[in-house]
Design a binder for this molecule. Structure first.
Ligand code: G6P
Length: 511
């Protein structure tokens, strides 16, 4: 950690520069966004009326923001029966920021289960987060292949058909922005259907890590090649980090016959088509998060935490109940820290705020059980009638999580692998205590945040315990400098920068 690191944070795009870019690049286009999740879900309220529930998170905000400049459509999978029946319609956006046409793709239940619960999560998710245990998993049996053909391939075709319909109906050349690992086959299906019949641009952003080519070597060739050919049908392909982008190019070099790759230029040529590969680290909507942090609801939770935990130092984590988040090793690290440095007993409080996730997938159910057992173990070993070292709060309550992030002395982000990890960016943005971030070197966030964080290797429980101790005894001045670095790093590259980089790249490449 050198002084120079703290000095400069160039604002990568000024706000007006970003706005000009968005309106310039988009003014002669039709925008088509496709993601597994639509930006809204429809539900019936108590009076039987249909209501729109807007999805949370910066991605939805940033992409919906584009509707100000352009005729925009969003295609996603239906979740509720109301989504299914509604099928398609225009949704007005908040603050008069235009409107967006939302279309739902509605596969039958079995196809959706095969696509989402068998192939996307866990198969692809586990592969891309290095969570396979090759002695036992994965297995590709008849059930897996059925799920591939009748689930993943089928739902990707449904998406492609819906997008093709929108491309055909568009009056200006469409820009299609595909999101994530659910839709790897879609670009190829679009090109096969439309060929050169109409001008359009395909971009795809992969939000999760892209592991090395050896891991992809364990996927049967037919599946692997379909995925790589799908992604190499895009014009611009984005990853979270430079390493993910390089890993992708290497994977194509090793596993996609007839491909030419150029590492320096970041171009893959497959069957005469160029795919430009870049990294665009995603971020958060800093302004919206700070607005939420300033609400009474968050203040109320903050008061409650302060009352309940008093002067104890808070170690906080905020995660989905997700095996890749490495929650069990996080508790083991606390246990080790208390054994190595018993002076912290009674002085710290570990607060784990966990949102249940993908509970239809067996691995996720088991993991929640393991989390609760691991927390119980630490409490049994170190707690007494006046102190319970670990508190696990399960449930979706974002304002409560924001309050906890305002108060942490330590934020623990020890993921086994993580495309970005937005908690590592949210925490320093709202934290009020110059808290220290302990960050896994296997998160995408480490590319930008490493100099301000205490970086650990996620399986190294001892190093994580030592990092906790170091953070607890860290001099105030070092804490302040680190917290400031993290805050300014996130402010300089927020979610609008993620979007602007992509649009700027499209403009520079003439796509
Ligand atoms: C990750 C993925 C997203 C996904 C999200 C929540 O961030 O990159 O595509 O939407 O997790 O997962 P879920 O399965 O609930 O959509």
């Amino acid at each position: 950690m050198t002084e120079a690191v703290w000095e400069e944070f160039p604002q990568i795009f000024k706000i007006d520069e970003c706005e000009t870019l968005q309106s310039e690049v988009l003014k002669n286009r039709t925008l088509i966004i496709a993601a597994n999740r639509a930006p809204v879900t429809l539900v019936k309220n108590e009076d039987g009326e249909i209501e729109f529930q807007r999805g949370g998170g910066g991605l939805v905000t940033a992409l919906l923001g584009l509707a100000r400049y352009v005729n925009a459509r969003w295609i996603g999978c239906s979740i509720t029966e109301e989504d299914r029946q509604w099928r398609e319609g225009v949704i007005p956006l908040e603050n008069d920021e235009g409107e967006i046409l939302v279309s739902f793709v509605s596969p039958d239940e079995e196809s959706y289960t095969d696509y989402y619960n068998v192939i996307a999560n866990p198969l692809l998710w586990f592969l891309q987060h290095s969570m396979w245990d090759f002695v036992r998993t994965p297995t590709f049996d008849a059930r897996t292949w059925k799920a591939w053909h009748e689930g993943y391939v089928k739902v990707n075709r449904l998406f492609a058909e819906a997008i093709v319909r929108q491309i055909e109906a568009a009056d200006k050349p469409p820009l299609v922005m595909l999101q994530d690992y659910h839709l790897y086959l879609v670009p190829r299906f679009i090109r096969e259907t439309l060929g050169e019949r109409k001008p359009y641009t395909l971009t795809h952003f992969v939000h999760i890590p892209w592991p090395g080519s050896e891991d992809w070597g364990m996927v049967p060739p037919a599946m692997r090649q379909a995925i790589l050919q799908g992604l190499c049908s895009n014009d611009l392909l984005g990853f979270q980090t430079r390493e993910d982008a390089l890993n992708f190019i290497r994977t194509c070099e090793s596993h996609l016959p007839d491909t030419e790759v150029n590492f320096t230029k970041g171009v893959i040529t497959f069957h005469g088509h160029d795919t430009h590969v870049r990294d665009f680290p995603i971020s958060i909507d800093v302004e919206a998060l700070r607005e939420l942090a300033a609400t009474d609801e968050v203040a109320e939770y903050r008061r409650h935490f302060i009352e309940r935990y008093g002067d104890r130092k808070l170690i906080v984590r905020v995660d989905r109940t997700e095996p890749s988040k490495n929650i069990v090793r996080g508790f083991a690290a606390l246990n080790e820290m208390l054994e190595l440095y018993p002076e912290h007993c009674g002085e710290v409080q570990f607060l784990a705020l966990l949102v249940p996730s993908r509970m239809e997938v067996g691995e996720y159910q088991n993991y929640l059980d393991e989390i609760m057992a691991a927390a119980g173990r630490v409490n049994a070993l170190h707690g007494d009638s006046t102190w319970e070292p670990v508190r696990v709060l399960v449930g979706e309550d974002y304002p409560r999580a924001v309050a906890a992030m305002q108060l942490y002395d330590i934020l623990l982000v020890n993921s086994i692998a993580d495309g970005m990890n937005l908690v590592a960016k949210e925490g320093p943005t709202v934290n009020l205590k110059d808290g220290v971030v302990i960050l896994s070197e296997r998160t995408g966030a480490r590319q930008q945040l490493a100099p301000g964080a205490l970086v650990i290797s996620p399986c190294d429980i001892y190093a994580t315990a030592e990092a906790m101790h170091r953070a607890l005894i860290m001099p105030a001045e070092e804490r302040r400098k680190r917290a400031e670095f993290l805050r300014r790093a996130v402010e300089a590259e927020d979610i609008s920068v993620w979007l602007c980089w992509q649009l700027k790249t499209l403009a520079e490449l003439g796509l």
